[in-house]
Design a protein. Structure first.
Length: 329
């Protein structure tokens, strides 16, 4: 090949390579996401939902090469944050880290127009967390059947609590009471931190909360664990039976959970991008170890699993709330 032809060919190839590189860079820069993503949390900073949100936000940001900004919009058990996300533009740049309370909003706040199943799109299930039922050691019972028998023999004498009114912890107690046909006295508190002093002092006889929160008190002997609310036993307290097995309540399940959502109507390809990043995050051993440390069991990040769980719990808890006459002022 003549020298000038060879040089022309080289210049042509170089120009083509530059064009392809420029085109690739342009395609990458114009892809989703192009700017920071807001992640709303319906609880104050420092709570379990907030901790999970910041962990996932940091790791998804690494996957997508974009920053996530966590915003705490607390109030009404998380309803305010959920409504804020539902009303946001469906562009994929606003997300919600929701706890299991999301499944109770329609029943607890019947006047709200917000419907999680219609107004939010699931991105993926992050983690689930079993609750553990405990009693004060002064109570002469060692297991859940013993507690229920004591309650039947002493109607309305046993006091109990579970986080805030209308929470999954509270509703778990109500479901157990209805299944067993016992009468106990519910004491409302403004969260777990508010009820713990009375529970540890024995002024409150029974409680329920996240297994990671109560395990240290069980191991120290300050509280007595009697059952876990998950379908299977938990590795943190392997000696404790499930409610379903110990109290002959087949199918009983009450879980705390954390899931990612966007407003309804986000483009499928954007949802796929977010879900793909979440699944990679959930496969990380670092993330799994961190979640295990706070009593959560890592899930795969499946959007379908989150949608199914939300639908199931909405049905179950709505019936419990209606049958128990629970109202939120």
């Amino acid at each position: 090949m003549p020298m000038f032809h060879r040089r022309a060919a080289i210049r042509c190839m170089a120009a083509l390579a530059a064009t392809l590189a420029l085109g690739g860079a342009h395609a990458q820069s114009s892809g989703f996401p192009e700017r920071p993503i807001r992640l709303l949390v319906g609880t104050p900073a420092g709570g379990t939902t907030d901790v999970v949100a910041r962990l996932i936000a940091n790791k998804m940001g690494e996957q997508l090469h974009q920053s996530f900004v966590v915003e705490n919009h607390s109030g009404a058990s998380g309803l305010i944050a959920a409504e804020d996300v539902a009303k946001s533009p469906a562009d994929g740049y606003t997300m919600l880290m929701a706890p299991s309370q999301l499944s109770t909003y329609r029943a607890l706040y019947p006047h709200t127009r917000f419907d999680p199943q219609k107004d939010l799109a699931p991105v993926g299930l992050v983690a689930t967390s079993p609750y553990v039922m405990v009693v004060h050691p002064s109570l002469p019972v060692n297991d859940l059947p013993g507690l229920l028998a004591y309650a039947k023999a002493h109607p309305n004498e046993l006091s109990y609590a579970g986080s805030t009114p209308g929470s999954a912890q509270h509703l778990s107690w109500e479901l157990i009471k209805r299944n067993a046909g016992v009468q106990m006295q519910y004491i409302p508190y403004k969260g777990t931190s508010a009820l713990m002093p009375d529970l540890l002092a024995g002024r409150l006889k029974a409680g329920i909360d996240n297994v990671a929160i109560l395990t240290p008190y069980i191991k120290s002997g300050q509280l007595r664990g009697i059952a876990v609310t998950s379908p299977e036993k938990t590795a943190l307290l392997p000696d404790l039976p499930t409610v379903a097995a110990s109290a002959n309540m087949p199918g009983f399940q009450a879980l705390g959970w954390f899931g990612l959502f966007t407003p309804k109507g986000v483009a499928p390809e954007k949802l796929a991008t977010l879900n793909d990043a979440l699944r990679k995050v959930m496969a990380s051993k670092e993330v799994q170890d961190t979640l295990t440390g706070i009593g959560a069991e890592t899930r795969s990040g499946s959007a379908q699993e989150l949608q199914t769980l939300l639908a199931h719990e909405t049905t179950v808890w709505s019936k419990v709330i209606k049958d128990s006459g629970i109202t939120i002022n």
